[in-house]
Design a protein around this ligand. Structure first.
Ligand code: CLF
Ligand code: SF4
Length: 518
């Protein structure tokens, strides 16, 4: 799977201007609850979960969609070897500007990894999770993986420990995972049918020999499901990642969703295949395409009612650092780290969390108040999709020209839900707008009715108007969800008066290829 020394405590007023996001996969393991649903899942709030579960997810950016606006994760790339081959992975590829499975810029020893964690924690009070996700499979490298967890647990006792695996070696290591207090485990499960599995996995290495074809896929699937059962029996939170591969497992993932729900998975993260010829993967070289945004959403919607869905995954690299929508790994390269371990300031980190919790409570109260205004409505047919320019912290706080990632929300009479994100190149370069880039940005949000921004220039505003996407800047620096709900109420009034024109949505493309870190 795949920032110096100011442990500053951040005040509420500072939060408004904070939040340079990041994004990157391969490493990343790979996981939002279904639209309009509450209950368990990544959108859940405190009162909807048992207290013990809430404690585990409330500041984990992958297991809680609300947490991902505020809390950061970091991966340490200590696990180079893998015991299977996936047709969407090429671990030889190593480029600092790439972001997909197996890709990292530097591999670390457990000691180096612990040093990096200390350095990141000293500068990022928002860091809440340490994950090991590659660049190979963490459980195919058990010594390095568990030694790293042990060192980090001593150094940074408030960090949650997280692991992402293909699951082949999982059942035999469940006791060890529990002994190290690793409370979050992701298993990548792309199939439960070996017929389909043989098209995804050319081989696995199991019991001292290589297996191919259906037999390999059968063994892998058995181990994955057994591992999932053993983990959930022990109360370890499990997320399942599935790569949606059109023409191979897209329809089948509905069965996978049911199978993992029955075994107690907490979340299901269905991610789009990333494949381009230049990645050198089997799927990339053979022209296997990834899904469009609409195809991915349609599949996720068909899984509604099954295992809860994560929709805010950024398909991180195995060495990603920062909020899910940003990648600050280049700020923490090994040769930039101090030889001496920085002090680990538990008190500053606790104060940061307190500040964030106050901010989250205010945001939830504002959202509830707006939602209550909608509660008297019946079955309204109008739904809107909104792209939001944000740098994090749940606010509309980014200039249109600087956006590197839009967050996408869907709103209707039932409420507002986060449905995904769209990565783009920043349109504004050194004070000038790039025409070509603007076209790709508009294409990325072609399925949206409106875009919320903190600020926008006249030229892009005219082009968005021409594309039928309303530009809304009156909610600048406000919370996203209450603003979206307020906008919906305004549109609904116009709709009832016959003055709102419902636009025909285009299909947005999920961006493939290089992600250039900020
Ligand atoms: Fe990392 Fe994975 Fe833990 Fe998160 S990532 S090991 S659960 S801390 Fe998160 Fe990255 Fe998606 Fe994974 S955004 S690829 S779901
Ligand atoms: Fe690559 Fe191994 Fe992860 Fe598959 S399981 S994506 S081959 S590192």
């Amino acid at each position: 799977m795949n920032p110096q020394h100011t442990t500053a405590v951040i005040r509420l007023d500072q939060l408004k201007s904070l939040g340079r996001g990041e994004a990157v996969l391969a490493g990343g393991c790979s996981s939002t609850a279904s639209a309009g649903k509450s209950g368990c899942g990544s959108r859940a709030v405190a009162e909807e979960l048992p207290a013990a579960i809430w404690e585990k997810v409330k500041d984990h950016p992958c297991y809680s969609e609300a947490a991902h606006h505020h809390y950061a994760r970091m991966h340490v790339a200590v696990a180079p070897a893998c015991n299977i081959q996936c047709n969407y992975c090429n671990r030889k590829y190593d480029c600092a500007n790439e972001s997909r499975p197996g890709v990292v810029s530097e591999r670390l020893t457990p000691e180096q990894a612990a040093r990096k964690v200390a350095a990141v924690a000293a500068r990022l009070p928002q860091l809440s999770v340490l994950g090991i996700a590659g660049p190979g499979d963490p459980l195919a490298n058990p010594q390095k993986t568990f030694e790293t967890f042990e060192r980090v647990a001593q150094l940074a006792p408030d960090l949650k420990l997280c692991l992402s695996t293909n699951g082949l070696a999982l059942p035999a290591l469940v006791d060890r995972i529990a002994a190290y207090n690793i409370d979050h485990v992701t298993i990548t499960i792309n199939m439960i049918d070996p017929e389909i599995g043989q098209e995804i996995y050319p081989w696995i290495f199991w019991r001292h020999r290589r297996w191919t074809g259906k037999e390999a896929a059968r063994i892998l699937s058995e181990q994955q499901l057994l591992g999932l059962e053993r983990l959930t029996e022990r109360g370890i939170l499990c997320k399942v990642n599935s790569v949606m591969i059109p023409g191979i497992n897209d329809e089948h993932l509905i069965e996978v969703n049911a199978a993992i729900k029955s075994r107690g998975a907490f979340l299901h993260n269905i991610m789009p295949l990333i494949s381009a010829p230049e990645h050198g993967t089997v799927f990339g070289l053979s022209g296997r395409r990834g899904p469009t945004a609409q195809e991915l959403k349609a599949l996720q919607d068909r899984c509604a009612g099954g295992a809860n869905l994560m929709r805010h995954c950024r398909q991180c690299r195995a060495d990603a650092v920062g909020l899910l929508g940003e990648d600050r790994s280049s700020e923490f390269a090994l040769d930039q780290l101090d030889e001496r371990l920085p002090a680990y300031d538990l008190e500053a980190r606790r104060l940061y969390r307190e500040t964030v919790e106050a901010e989250r409570a205010a945001m939830e109260a504002a959202t509830r108040a707006e939602r209550d205004k909608l509660s008297s409505l019946g079955n309204e047919s109008l739904t809107l999709r909104i792209a939001v320019a944000t740098r994090g912290h749940g606010r509309i706080n980014e200039h249109f020209g600087h956006v590197r990632e839009f967050q996408i929300y869907e709103v209707g009479a039932a409420g507002v839900v986060f449905i995904g994100h769209r990565r783009v190149d920043a349109y504004c370069q050194g004070g000038y707008g790039e025409e070509e880039t603007l076209e790709t940005v508009i294409q990325a949000i072609a399925d949206c009715d409106a875009v919320f921004v903190a600020k926008i220039g006249r030229c892009p505003q005219e082009q968005l108007d021409a594309a039928g996407i309303a530009v809304i800047d009156r909610y600048r620096f406000e919370y996203i969800e209450p603003s979206v709900l307020r906008y919906y109420q305004e549109c609904l009034e116009l709709y009832h008066r016959g003055e709102y024109v419902v636009r025909r949505r285009g299909d947005a493309q999920i961006r493939q290829g290089a992600y250039v870190a900020a």
